[in-house]
Each structure stands twice: as C-alpha cells, then as structure tokens.
Design a protein around this ligand. Structure first.
Ligand code: MN
Length: 493
C-alpha cells in the first residue's frame, strides 16, 4: 500500500494543470562529504584537488589483498551530524557492499550502509522564506565511500580516471518525501547545509561538490496516494534544484494528463537547457546485490561515546537564532540570516559585543553584506574586519561622526581596510556639534533666502529643505539633531 503522507500542500502550493490541480512531492537524498583529513577506510588524504591520483592508497586502488580499516573520526562526524539532526543514533550498524561496475570504482562495489545505517529517524525545522516553519523528517543517515572520477574531455578517444575522490567519506542524508514545493526543498537543503557547517562535519562547499542532492520528484492529485517518482541526480545548487523540480513536475503533469504513465527513472538536469533528461531507468535495490561486507565487523557504538559527542555539540542555528532575538532584540528575519551561517554569526557577535545589537545587525546585514555582494567577496575575505566595523559604530555612538558620514567612511574602509578613526581624522570628517559654527551657517542661509523663510513659516513641509541645505553647507558633518534644534528656534517653526 502506498501511504498517504502526513503533509498536504497548502492551496497556494498546488500546481494548475490543464485538467485540474496537482500536488508536488519532493524528497531529497543529500550527499555531504565528511570533513576529515583521511578517507573512510584508508589513511590517504581526503583533501580537495591535488595532482590526479596523488591521494590514492593501495586500499583506494583496490589492490588484491588490501583490507579496509574504518576511520574513527568519520564515525564520530556521522554521530555528531545525527545528533544535530535530532536523530536516533543506532548503537549497532553495518557496512554493506553495493555492487556495480564503473571504471572509476576499482573495487567493483561501493562500501555503504544499507539495512542498518548509523543514524535513524530525525527531524529538522525549516523556514522557507516568508512562510510558516515546517518540519521535515529525516529517514536516515548512512556512511559510504565516494567514487573516483572519469575524465572524458582530455582525449577524443580515451577516458582517464582520477581516484583522488575514491574512498572519501560521505554521509548520505535521506529525507522523507515531506516537501511540497521547490521553495521548500531549497529551504530544507539550505538548513541542512547550515547545520553541518555549524557542526563542522561538512564544509558545505557546493562548488567543490562537498554537498550535492539527488532530488526525488513525483506529482499526485490532492488527497491521493503518491505517484511514481523520478530521481534527478547530483544537483549542486539550490537554484538548479528549484528549476529542476519545477520543470520535472510540469513534465510529469503533462504525461499524466495526456493519459500516460510515469516511468521510474534516473534523470539529469541540464542547467543550460533548463530541463531534465533521461539518464537511465531506475535500478531497484536488488539490482545492486547488497550483502554485508565480510571485511568489516559490525559497527558497535557505546552510549558513553554518544553522550561525550552530544556534550561537545556547538550551538546550532535554531538555538542561535532564538538567542539573537532574545539577547539582541533582532527581528526573526535578521536573526535567521545571521544565525544560519557560522561565519556571519561570529562576525555579528563581535560587532555587537558591548554595543547596540540592532544597529550592529543593520550594519552587517545591509551595509556590509551589500558591499561584499557588489565586490563578489565572501565574508571571510571582507576588507572590513568585525573589530573595525565595531569601532565605526562607536564613532557614531559617541557623536564623533553622524550616520551619513559613517556610510562614506565605511565605503572607504571597504577600499583600504583602514581603521575608521584614521579615515575620519585624515579627511576631517568629525561631526560639527559646535553650535556657533552651525548657527553661523544657518544665519547666512536665512539672509540669502528670505523668501524661503516666509514660506517655511506657513508651510511646515518646507522644513526639510532647510535641514538639507544646512547639512550641505557644513559638508554633511553637522550633527543632525543640533541642526534641527537650531533651525526650529531660528525659523520659529
Ligand atoms: Mn549514496
């Protein structure tokens, strides 16, 4: 029996076909590369890049007689991830051989976990942009080896094989089919990424393929059992993921409305064409002839070790978000932007320490992120360090500069990485709070604009012009509060 699932799509998530409405069902299998120096069953380096076949031990090359030895740290990383996903840790798990033949898989099988994975059921909370939070259930997380890489574009007649990746530890995180839109799937993937990054168990680098998703898509009439699904392989960006899901759902709806049936198959997304294409008809589990790997004992984990790992978990994005809201008074949105990325969270807290949290959040999420975006830089490459941004906020707070000048100073800091105080000093940007100087500027303005003096007394809206002109004649450096006060007094408004 095909189970009806716990979640139904909201009415606004239903897709309109020619013959009525459809519900999109998405489940994700995410491969996340374990952050580890060495591979899962050998001591070879797991570092990205390197000369082809430079990080290959005899075990990875599957030389006769070689035996795998499990890397304890990779197991620890999997347990840590399972705990971060609020999932059950299985005290006994087992490695199986998944048999298939491919030139970049020298063993002729992948060591994976089939019936008894190291991590069982869990759940995470996901907040699609501007929507209510949803809970996505995790079915399992298992450990397995990555394969090598076939290189087809170096020669017109030959294929080269690079085994640097062969044997690198992966965590395959399998969700339940709980997502009902492309947006939900992307939000789930991003949340997973922020959790493993916070845990330090996967670097989440999608360009280097550290995280990639196999996306299962099917459609059904609302309230009906699940339909046949297609799996879109190796999607490595959330943008492509969303495009692939939307394209694939449309394709299936057209087939079903035309009276056809969906073939269960594995497809590839072509980002240039914006479409999915058949790769191969889908294998079932029995096609892989799984059996327990006789070279490896079952993995038995002691409760004490699990508890030690649990005690060492860092603060996770959800908890951090709650703390940012309560401790700094941030909006839920700002809090989740900052808490969702460990680097952003650390940067923000350095700026906010001993300062106004809301002002710090504004500067980080708006000015800083905006400027970095324009330059195409990551936060780690920011020319302005957190301590310097904090110093800029101090200059505003103590009245040395006003908010407008601060933005100019910030722009210069982005160019030169100088301390804000040095820029203010050199360029003479200190705020003018000297009432005498401001009064003098206003007196001159009033003398030159007698008609406008009469006007502002009848029309209070004209006051803005006076503020603007006074700021202009003082080079933007006047203290706006002082300007307002003196103008009101002198103009009698
Ligand atoms: Mn896998």
């Amino acid at each position: 029996m095909t189970p009806l699932d716990v979640r139904s799509a909201r009415p606004d998530q239903l897709v309109e076909g020619d013959k009525g409405q459809w519900e999109i069902i998405v489940g994700l299998e995410v491969h996340a590369q374990v952050t580890s120096e060495a591979k899962l069953f050998s001591g070879a380096s797991a570092a990205y890049g390197g000369e082809p076949n430079a990080h290959v031990s005899l075990v990875d090359a599957a030389m006769p007689g070689m035996l795998p030895v499990i890397n304890k740290f990779c197991v620890e990383q999997a347990i840590r991830t399972g705990l971060g996903l609020n999932a059950e840790i299985n005290k006994k798990s087992r490695f199986d051989r998944k048999n298939y033949f491919y030139p970049d898989l020298p063993q002729g099988y992948q060591i994976s976990q089939f019936k008894e994975p190291i991590v069982g059921e869990g759940a995470i909370e996901v907040e699609p942009d501007g929507e209510e939070p949803i809970t996505i259930r995790i079915e399992r997380l298992h450990l397995e080896q990555d394969a090598g890489k076939s290189i087809h574009d170096l020669s017109p007649s030959e294929t080269f094989v690079d085994l640097n990746r062969a044997g690198v530890a992966l965590m395959e995180i399998v969700s339940r089919p709980d997502m009902r839109s492309a947006k939900e799937a992307a939000a789930y993937f991003n949340k997973l990424r922020s959790i493993v990054r916070a845990l330090g168990t996967c670097d989440g680098n999608m360009e280097e393929g550290s995280m990639r998703a196999d996306v299962n898509v099917s459609v059904r009439r609302p309230g009906q059992p699940f339909g046949t699904r297609c799996e879109i392989k190796n999607v490595n960006s959330t943008r492509f993921m969303m495009q692939a899901i939307e394209y694939e759902a449309r394709r299936q709806i057209e087939i079903l409305e035309g009276g056809g049936a969906i073939d269960q198959e594995t497809r590839l997304f072509d980002p240039n064409a914006g479409e999915t294409r058949t790769m191969r008809s889908k294998e079932d589990a029995h096609d892989y002839r799984y059996f327990p790997d006789p070279d490896l004992l079952p993995l038995v984990i002691e409760e004490k070790w699990i508890e030690e790992i649990r005690a060492s978990l860092p603060e996770l994005p959800d908890a951090k978000k709650k703390r940012f809201v309560s401790a700094y008074g941030l909006s839920a949105y700002d809090a989740s932007v900052l808490a969702g990325d460990s680097d952003a969270a650390t940067y923000f807290e350095t700026v906010a320490k001993g300062r106004d949290g809301k002002a710090a959040a504004n500067w980080v999420t708006q000015e800083l992120f905006g400027a970095l975006n324009k330059k195409g830089l990551e936060l780690g490459q920011s020319p302005v360090k957190a301590e310097q941004l904090g110093a800029l906020l101090d200059l505003i707070k103590d009245g040395t500069i006003n908010g407008k000048i601060a933005k100019d100073v910030f722009a210069k800091m982005m160019e030169t990485s100088e301390a804000p105080g040095a820029i203010v000093e050199r360029e003479g940007l200190k705020q003018v709070t000297d009432t005498g100087a401001i009064e003098k500027a206003i007196d001159e303005l009033m003398a030159a604009n007698a008609d406008k003096v009469a006007d502002v007394q009848k029309n209070p809206k004209a006051f803005g012009w006076w503020v603007g002109q006074t700021m202009k004649t003082t080079g933007g450096k006047a203290n706006p509060a002082v300007v307002n006060e003196i103008l009101k007094k002198k103009l009698g408004v």
